[in-house]
Design a protein around this ligand. Structure first.
Ligand code: URA
Length: 278
């Protein structure tokens, strides 16, 4: 392992460097030198085939406190099928949240502090879906609690809405380490849950915040700058159709403030639709 500087300022500077680089999460209690491990230990862990006895490891080591349960280490397609079956069982949003909290198929659960299932009013006419929780959402256990959430609240306020009138969720309900983008596999595993959440909340209008939400929920191939501001239709598994509007993600608007005018236009379109004028 790299030698650590001994003085406080240098140590702080090193820590700041890691946080800036997105390394803000320790995944294990102790550092591992993966290059020094025997080959067998380095190959990815695979769940043993059903019924087969687990093989003894070439070099046994103490179990990691963060070892993933079997479900999270299974093939993503199998886990997505499991997720679909479990999500379908939920008859209410409370049940869905409890099922998701007990679901071990997504590895993100084991690096996250909390499940950030939803915020706002599930009876609201509008449901907003973002990408994934960040550090603030992970700490609090609710979507859109940090700076993006504050901007979102200001944008909602411009059209006379607040969180008592809208329901908010994410396509992935656990924070990806270091706020990285969720992988296609993580999204595929979590998708049955957000699909069921939309079905159970059954809003009139679905607002997709950012490209990943628009692409994964509406099946759009184009990027968000092409699809934003246009109306699409979202169909639930039980056959209900609702209006869906992709718009720019508030985190993007914080980085690109000049684009706020486009976000503003989309929110105006949402207001008109709620008033039956679009
Ligand atoms: N970004 C998201 O997409 N969702 C959140 O909950 C917070 C930030």
């Amino acid at each position: 392992m790299q030698d650590l500087p001994s003085d406080r300022d240098a140590l702080q500077a090193l820590l700041d460097f890691h946080v800036e680089a997105g390394v803000d999460l320790a995944l294990d209690e102790t550092p591992h030198n993966r290059f020094a491990e025997p080959k067998a230990e380095r190959s990815p862990a695979r769940a043993p085939a059903a019924g087969s006895a687990p093989k003894a490891s070439a070099a046994p080591s103490a179990p990691s406190p963060r070892a993933l349960p079997k479900a999270a280490a299974s093939a993503p397609e199998e886990v997505a099928i499991m997720a679909r079956e479990q999500a379908r069982h939920a008859q209410s949003l409370e049940e869905l949240e409890a099922i998701l909290a007990g679901f071990d198929g997504c590895a993100l659960k084991f690096s996250a502090k909390n499940l950030a299932f939803a915020d706002g009013n599930p009876e609201g006419r509008v449901m907003l879906v973002g990408e994934a929780p960040g550090a603030d959402e992970d700490r609090i256990g609710k979507p859109f609690m940090g700076r993006s959430g504050q901007l979102l609240d200001r944008m909602l306020a411009t059209i006379g809405l607040d969180r008592t009138q809208v329901y908010v969720a994410n396509i992935v309900p656990w924070r990806p380490p270091g706020n990285r983008t969720p992988t296609p596999q993580e999204i595929a595993i979590c998708k049955p849950f957000i699909a069921r959440q939309i079905e159970l909340a059954s809003p009139e209008i679905l607002l997709c915040l950012g490209g990943p939400a628009a692409q994964n929920l509406l099946g759009l191939k184009d990027g968000i700058l092409r699809t934003r501001g246009r109306w699409y239709s979202y169909k639930t598994e039980d056959g209900r159709e609702m209006k869906a509007l992709p718009t720019l993600h508030p985190a993007y608007l914080l980085r690109q403030p000049l684009q706020k005018r486009l976000g503003w236009r989309d929110f105006q379109a949402l207001r008109r639709a709620l008033d039956g004028r679009e």
